[in-house]
Design a protein around this ligand. Structure first.
Ligand SMILES: *Cc1c(COP(=O)(O)O)cnc(C)c1O
Length: 473
């Protein structure tokens, strides 16, 4: 940082030029990195350099060694997993954030970081139409948010005594979710000390949604066995097929059995910006905590997870620790967000969200989302119309779960092998990248159409590539 400003300008210009060039050729780069394990590691020197090097030298290796090992998540030909979208305003804000290098652990350590966070979380709350009494905080990931939620539930129901004494003299708590929930739920249950055996994975119905009759049955059985049902997690948009768990019916069960209700809407939550998708959270009044990731489909680069909690005191009572060196004069007037989460240190994540919301405005964001949904609906129609492809799950948003199914081939093992082969040969072309899941044991191709800059031509080309590779099987 001690650089003179001329040096800075010159070096920064090189970086900006590189980024500009990267965007220009992004569409031509192989979307999925094609390197072999160890290939990058082996090209790097054994020891850290003893003397400093120039930006030119570092950038030379950036191009030669690092770039080939990059999978291009910002390519409009990226249809894998869920997107981890960035955008220009998000990138600009990240540059500013890094320049200031703010640690936003307490209000006093940068009041703007705390107050902007409160403001943008309130903006989003009102845009996705959560009830006003929710309090928002930015977490690093949905995984952390879910862990924070389960820890809060644990403390609230034990009257904060597990924090004090551990699990001594406690009942065996049970947590419920569907068999299709994200792996982060199981991880959170393990870390929170409940034990994986006490996570009850309730079967799903024919549309991969949590079956509420099965849920109630499981709770009954547990009560008879002397367990203490504690929490249920509803997924709005499962990772496999974006199934939407029936929140209203789950909320009803939550009330009858006095459970904690967490909603994991990591990906699909962004769709709540559109009126047409508000039905997904009917029953939200009964929800205790809710999370969705602007770092997936809301053009804000990783990490930025929007977490909302009804009972703010339960949250801060769970996490607050105030050693002498962290006491400040304003503690009772402001939000000290490190009391709302696990790490002490906090990045200034609100800035990029603020830039994104202002730069596009809600209108243009909604327009982009509608466009993605429209493209997905067209892709779905192509699959339906093709004689040798079939859908394997309902298309609820912009994720199409399908497979190649040539007429005459009905052996499931053979079909699984064929689709696995198709996936790998398509990705090997470098012309697109998509991934798979399993639905009912069937190897399922998964096309997610939600990258920031995706256009119709990219989706058309993807369908052509898939068909061309299928022809070679
Ligand atoms: C992506 C995803 C997660 C995990 O998100 P992170 O922010 O990476 O932790 C959790 N739940 C669902 C439903 C997801 O799609």
């Amino acid at each position: 940082m001690a650089n003179k400003s001329e040096d800075f300008k010159n070096q920064a210009q090189q970086i900006i030029d590189w980024i500009t060039g990267y965007f220009e050729r992004l569409e031509d780069l192989p979307v999925k990195s094609q390197v072999q394990p160890g290939e990058i590691y082996d090209q790097l020197p054994k020891e850290a350099p003893e003397t400093g090097e120039s930006i030119e030298q570092i950038m030379e290796d950036m191009n030669k060694i690092i770039l080939p090992g990059i999978t291009h998540w910002q390519s409009p030909k990226f249809f894998a997993y869920f997107p981890a979208n960035s955008s220009l305003p998000s990138l600009f804000a990240e540059m500013l954030t890094a320049a200031m290098g703010v640690q936003g652990m307490k209000w006093e350590t940068s009041p703007a970081a705390a107050e902007l966070e409160e403001k943008v979380m309130n903006w989003l709350k009102s845009e996705i139409r959560l009830p006003d009494y929710f309090h928002g905080v930015i977490q690093d990931s949905a995984s952390t948010a879910t862990l924070v939620s389960l820890l809060t539930a644990r403390e609230k129901y034990s009257d904060y005594s597990i924090n004090e004494y551990g699990f001594y003299n406690q009942p065996t708590f049970r947590i419920y979710c569907s068999a299709e929930t994200h792996s982060s739920i199981e991880r959170a249950v393990k870390i929170a000390g409940f034990g994986k055996e006490n996570l009850v994975k309730v079967p799903v119905d024919s549309e991969n949604k949590l079956d509420t009759i099965e849920l109630e049955g499981a709770i009954h059985k547990d009560l008879q066995s002397g367990y203490k049902p504690l929490a249920v997690i509803a997924t709005i948009g499962t990772t496999g097929t974006t199934a939407i768990d029936p929140l209203m019916a789950i909320a009803d069960i939550k009330n009858r059995y006095d459970l904690w209700l967490h909603v994991d809407a990591a990906y699909a939550g962004t769709a709540l910006l559109l009126d047409d998708y508000q039905w997904m959270i009917y029953g939200i009044e009964q929800v205790d905590t809710f999370v969705f990731n602007p770092h997936k489909w809301l053009f804000t680069n990783f990490d930025c997870s929007a977490y909302y909690v009804k009972d703010k005191e339960a949250l801060t009572n769970t996490f607050q620790i105030v050693p002498e060196y962290l006491k400040t004069q304003t503690d009772d007037q402001v939000n000290n967000y490190s009391d709302w989460t696990i790490p002490l240190g906090r990045r200034f994540r609100a800035l990029k969200l603020w830039f994104v919301l202002r730069y596009y405005g809600m209108n243009q964001i909604r327009e982009k989302l509608r466009y993605h949904l429209q493209l997905a609906s067209e892709f779905k129609q192509w699959v339906e119309a093709a004689a040798d492809f079939e859908l394997l799950a309902p298309v609820t948003l912009n994720v199409i779960s399908f497979r190649y199914h040539p007429t005459g081939v009905n052996d499931e093992k053979k079909l699984n092998a064929l689709n696995e082969q198709l996936l790998h040969s398509v990705n090997k072309t470098g012309k697109m990248y998509f991934t798979h899941t399993k639905v009912d044991g069937k190897y399922t191709l998964r096309m997610v159409i939600g990258q920031t800059d995706v256009e119709k031509r990219h989706v058309e080309e993807a369908w052509e590539v898939i068909n061309k590779e299928r022809g070679k099987l």
